[in-house]
Design a protein around this ligand. Sequence first.
Ligand SMILES: [Zn+2]
Length: 129
Amino acid sequence: MDFWTTIGIKWKQWIFYPAKIEDPMVDRYAGVREHEGMHCAQFAKYGLLLMGIAYTIFPLPFLWSGRWWIERGPYLNDIRNGRRSVESAADVLWKYYGYPYSKAKMIKWFNDNLDAKSISREGAKDESD
Ligand SMILES: [Zn+2]
């Protein structure tokens, strides 16, 4: 596995990280830990069944998408923290999450939900996770 992911039940969650990473607790991974931590909170709130149903509902780019619903909050947080630009978040979601929602609508949602005082998008760095 070469990506971070989270699975859980209401009372316990597990974050998995790529085998090549020696120490997932170093500062370099603080942002991705925060992202996965948001998924832990989702598992704690909604439980495995609802999260599993949401995640496995296949790409419905113009209707409700479980993957988009799960990922939009953590990716918005990544954008706010400077880990990604709006465009790169939409690109990653489009490319690695099975076209979860219309790209234009993802970009619009991120822009609509960013604070006016948010991070400079030009300065956002891009790390793969
Ligand atoms: Zn995520």
